[in-house]
Design a protein around this ligand. Structure first.
Ligand SMILES: [Zn+2]
Length: 236
C-alpha cells in the first residue's frame, strides 16, 4: 500500500504522476497527456454546482445520470461532510421510497391510505438508512483508493458521493414505478412454502424491502464512475 501524495500536489489526472513544478504547456512525463488538462481550473463544476437553483438541481440530476463520466470530470472537489445538496437528494429519495411503500401496500379496506405516523416512521427510517449508507460509502471508497494509491481524500469521497446521490433519487423513482405492480406478485411469492427463508416475515411488505436495491444500484453505479474520474482529482 503506497501513501498517496498530499492534496496540495498537482497530479496528472490521467495517471497520477506528480506534476508540481512541471511546465503547464508541456505533457505529463509519465503518460504524455497535457499538463493543462490536469489543472484544477479544468474542473469548472458539475451542473448542480454551477447552477444554484431548483432548475439547476433538476438539470444536474439528468446530467449526473445521462453523462456521469463527463459530469464527474468537471466536478469541483470541495470539503464538507454531508453537504447540503447531498442531504436534499437523500430527503427526495426517502420521500419517493416512502411513496413506493405506501402505494404498494393496500390496507385491508382496499385503499392505499396508511396512517401518517406510520408513513412518517418509514420516511425517517429511509433518511437514516440512506445517510448511513452514504457515510459507509465514503469510508469504503477511501479504503479502496488507499489500496490502489489513488488520492481519495475525504473531500473527494464526499464530493463524489454527493454527485452520486442523484442515483438515490433515480433508483427510488424506479422503485415508485415498479412497486404497485410488483406488490401482488411479491404477495403470491411470499405465500409459497419456504419463501420466508429468503425474506423473513410474511406478506409483500417485507419482500418490498428488496426495492431498496434499486436506489443502491443507482448510487453505486454513479460512485463507480465518479471515483474513477476523480481518483487523482486536483482541487481548487
Ligand atoms: Zn500522466
Amino acid at each position: 500500500m503506497t501513501t498517496p501524495p498530499s492534496d496540495r500536489e498537482l497530479l496528472c489526472e490521467s495517471c497520477g504522476y506528480v506534476l508540481t513544478g512541471s511546465d503547464s504547456d508541456g505533457p505529463c512525463a509519465e503518460c504524455g497527456v497535457l499538463v493543462a488538462e490536469s489543472l484544477a481550473s479544468c474542473r469548472d463544476g458539475a451542473i448542480w454546482q454551477r447552477q444554484k437553483s431548483v432548475l439547476g438541481h433538476v438539470r444536474g440530476l439528468f446530467a449526473a445520470v445521462l453523462r456521469p463520466g463527463h459530469e464527474s470530470r468537471r466536478l469541483i472537489i470541495r470539503d464538507g461532510a454531508m453537504p447540503t445538496r447531498l442531504v436534499a437528494n437523500i430527503l427526495i429519495a426517502a420521500a419517493l421510497l416512502t411513496g413506493a411503500f405506501a402505494l404498494a401496500q393496500p390496507t385491508a379496506a382496499g385503499t392505499f391510505a396508511r396512517s401518517g405516523v406510520e408513513l412518517g416512521a418509514i420516511f425517517a427510517s429511509f433518511i437514516a438508512l440512506l445517510m448511513v449508507m452514504t457515510w459507509i460509502e465514503t469510508r469504503g471508497v477511501r479504503l479502496f483508493g488507499r489500496q490502489r494509491a489513488w488520492r481519495i481524500t475525504p473531500a473527494v469521497a464526499w464530493s463524489v458521493c454527493t454527485q452520486a446521490s442523484f442515483g438515490w433519487i433515480v433508483g427510488a423513482a424506479a422503485a415508485l414505478v415498479v412497486a404497485p405492480p410488483l406488490a401482488p406478485i411479491l404477495g403470491v411469492v411470499q405465500d409459497l412454502p419456504g419463501a420466508d427463508v429468503l425474506v423473513p416475515g410474511r406478506g409483500p411488505r417485507n419482500a418490498l424491502a428488496l426495492l431498496i436495491l434499486l436506489p443502491v444500484l443507482g448510487f453505486e453505479l454513479l460512485v463507480y464512475v465518479g471515483i474513477r474520474r476523480c481518483r487523482f482529482a486536483n482541487r481548487p
